[in-house]
Design a protein around this ligand. Structure first.
Ligand SMILES: Nc1ncnc2c1ncn2[C@@H]1O[C@H](COP(=O)(O)OP(=O)(O)OP(=O)(O)O)[C@@H](O)[C@H]1O
Ligand code: SF4
Ligand SMILES: [Mg+2]
Length: 328
């Protein structure tokens, strides 16, 4: 584990938005996370917990209020102008709504090759052949190069989104809820494609999703977020299994459908609602929903501690356990 190369590291990254009424809203609160070369890091948590805010900062679409974004060891959070543009090459995103992400006036080949042209990596004469190569990578016929996005299905458009994001051969591919706008059987095909590409090309990927079953199907490691905080980092696919487990992760696990995405099964969700991110409770952010809450949980925010290899939890339930002394 010690030899794993860190592609990207977020260090104490905080993002505070001002709402229209001027109130501060902390969307990310000192989030620290590493993404290692060749892994798929899942980022899971309920709607509004700050997943997109985090990855938008990682992709330099948003600037942190404080903290550092280290890309291969260099802080890129405050880069400006051309230096920022050049860095964007290395981190590419696939978005939730493939339809909204494309210009209706551009042909698919121009959409896919736009970034290659912007960075002068191919000439106009090379666009068609390059687009066809990238289309075949995402298992679409080459003749789609001359289509428009409106003439394609949602799943096909998402394949184009993946081809476009991979065109620059980025060091990190970020997928933000890439399947949630698609119907279930198309979701499965897109997930299978991402899994295949990840294996074949050893892509480093961050997969953001509120569906923990889906994250479990693709991720090597998962960061569980709650109200702007990372509350657990779980190694392996068994999120929420085993004795060491954050109460929120366990609740999330119990609320999933099934790993096969069987939507006919009942959903057991956590009973009460998450508080507003404008009113995050003092102490542990999960305390108003936690059956294990003690006085200490109201007074002191638990720190993320490494309790086993690759396994970090922020919860006072485990305060008596010694911190794991080896490599993360
Ligand atoms: N530009 C903004 N201005 C003000 N508040 C914002 C802004 N962007 C996000 N927020 C707020 O920050 C919090 C986190 O939002 P974010 O989009 O990161 O959540 P998410 O986990 O991606 O949710 P979802 O699963 O619904 O996509 C939310 O309360 C959201 O309303
Ligand atoms: S710190 Fe306390 S309130 Fe928070 S999850 Fe752990 S036991 Fe529950
Ligand atoms: Mg989001």
């Amino acid at each position: 584990m010690s030899e794993r190369e860190v592609i990207l590291e977020a260090k104490d990254v905080t993002k505070v938005f001002r709402t229209t009424k001027g109130r501060p809203l902390t969307a990310n609160d000192k989030v620290s996370l590493k993404i290692y070369k060749g892994e798929t890091l899942g980022i899971a948590g309920e709607s509004g917990c700050g997943k997109s805010t985090f990855i938008r900062m990682v992709s330099l679409l948003e600037t942190p209020t404080s903290g550092e974004i280290l890309f291969r060891g260099r802080n890129v959070a405050d880069l400006k102008g051309e230096a920022r543009r050049q860095n964007c090459r290395h981190v590419q995103m696939v978005f939730q709504d493939p339809g909204a992400a494309f210009s209706p006036r551009m042909k698919i080949k121009d959409i896919i090759c736009e970034s290659l042209r912007n960075f002068n990596l191919i000439s106009p004469g090379e666009v068609t052949a390059k687009a066809q190569e990238l289309l075949s990578m995402v298992e679409l016929p080459p003749e789609y190069a001359d289509r428009y996005a409106r003439d394609m299905s949602g799943g096909q458009r998402q394949r184009v989104g993946i081809a476009r994001a991979l065109a620059l051969e980025p060091d990190l591919l970020i997928c933000d809820e890439v399947t949630s706008a698609l119907d279930v059987c198309v979701q499965k095909k897109i997930v299978d494609l991402l899994l295949k590409l990840q294996k074949e090309k050893n892509i480093t990927m961050a997969m953001v999703c509120h569906d923990i079953a889906l994250v479990r199907a693709v991720a090597h490691r998962t960061a569980v977020m709650y109200l702007g905080n990372v509350v657990e980092i779980v190694p392996g696919p068994e999120i929420g299994a085993g004795e060491l487990c954050h109460p929120y992760t366990r609740a999330l696990r119990d609320s999933i459908f099934t790993i096969d995405m069987d939507f006919t099964k009942p959903i057991e969700s956590i009973e009460s609602e998450a508080p507003s991110p404008l009113d995050v409770p003092a102490g542990c952010p999960f305390r108003n929903r936690c059956e294990h809450c003690t006085e200490r949980c109201a007074l002191e925010k638990p720190k993320l501690r490494t309790l086993a290899p690759g396994h970090q939890i922020a919860c006072h339930l485990y305060d008596d356990l010694p911190e794991y002394a080896g490599e993360e």
